[in-house]
Design a protein around this ligand. Structure first.
Ligand SMILES: Nc1nc2c(ncn2[C@@H]2O[C@H](COP(=O)(O)OP(=O)(O)OP(=O)(O)O)[C@@H](O)[C@H]2O)c(=O)[nH]1
Ligand SMILES: [Mg+2]
Length: 288
């Protein structure tokens, strides 16, 4: 499956990020805890090379708890400031604010020495749909930034003042132009960071089902009872339609409806709490 995923407006979004850089003290990169490798934009390393950065491992509620811990340990071991987060849960966000302040500490201290109380300006970046705007709203305690359960909701930049000393900038999700690794491209599509209307949803759901058979076969078979070992991708999708009684006139299985259900239920964390990109995959990559 070739994932055509770089819509025209991405170049504009990248320009917007570049132009805003001079105003920024800290870059906060939001990644999806279910796919921490696939949801990190490799362009960010060059784009933000001179900036203090932190990582927010968001949607931690949808991923494997143990793997979340492993990821945080991995970041720490590599000198990256990171924290796990469930942006949709109400919380005071003390830890997140402390992390941002810590990243900006040096700069703040320099200004303090000159007698100036520095406002920390942090830019929130990440690929589409990872929860950037939700994260800002959760820190602001108000619905200031628009959110939605599809990619491409935020179209431009928006500053949100958190306190006299902290301002956050929301940005549109940014994908990178070429994705050489097909497996990672799939993970980005599975979690809903690529618009489904530019993908073949039945093919995507078939691939997801086959992937879930390796990650959480038991949970999958409990949820969709007609699923059996050794099924092909299209057989898996038919089995979901059969399990749910999605049958069209003439006795044909409604595999399109089944595909949408599988994607929705996976994205909503209903099938299982799983992490598609494991820390061990990272070690494998670096060993290669
Ligand atoms: N379960 C869960 N859902 C979340 C979490 N954070 C955000 N979401 C949901 O993810 C969806 C996307 O959130 P947004 O904040 O709009 O994502 P975004 O990164 O700003 O997306 P774009 O502006 O399109 O790039 C929404 O349906 C949120 O409710 C989380 O921690 N857990
Ligand atoms: Mg947004």
């Amino acid at each position: 499956m070739i994932i055509q995923w770089y819509p025209g407006h991405m170049a504009k979004a990248k320009r917007l990020l570049q132009e805003s850089l001079k105003l920024i003290d800290v870059v906060i990169e939001i990644v999806d805890a279910r796919a921490p490798i696939a949801t990190r934009n490799p362009d960010f390393d060059t784009l933000f090379q001179n900036k203090d950065r932190v990582i927010i491992l968001n949607k931690a509620d949808l991923a494997d708890k143990n793997e979340n811990k492993r990821w945080i340990e991995y970041y720490k071991a590599n000198g990256i400031k990171a924290i796990e987060c469930i942006a949709t849960h109400t919380s005071k966000r003390k830890n997140e604010i402390a992390l941002i302040e810590e990243a900006a500490k040096e700069k703040v201290e320099r200004f303090k020495a000159k007698g100036i109380a520095k406002t920390v300006r942090a830019m929130i970046v990440g690929i589409p749909n990872v929860g950037k705007s939700t994260f800002i709203n959760s820190i602001a305690g108000l619905n200031r930034a628009q959110v939605g359960d599809k990619p491409g909701v935020t179209k431009g930049k928006q500053w949100v003042k958190i306190s006299p000393y902290l301002e956050l900038m929301d940005t549109p999700g940014l994908l990178w132009p070429k994705l050489e690794d097909e497996k990672l491209a799939r993970h980005v599509a599975f979690i809903g960071s690529v618009r489904d209307d530019i993908l073949d949803v039945e093919e995507l759901a078939g691939l997801l089902l086959s992937c879930l058979m390796t990650h959480c076969k038991d949970e999958l078979c409990v949820r969709y009872k007609k699923i059996e070992d050794g099924m092909t991708e299209s057989e898996l999708l038919c089995a979901v339609a059969k399990s749910r009684g999605f049958i069209l006139q003439g006795g044909i299985y409604d595999t399109e409806r089944a595909a949408r259900i599988v994607l929705d239920e996976f994205r909503g964390g209903k099938i299982a709490k799983i992490t598609l990109d494991k820390v061990s995959d990272m070690n494998k990559n670096s060993e290669e």
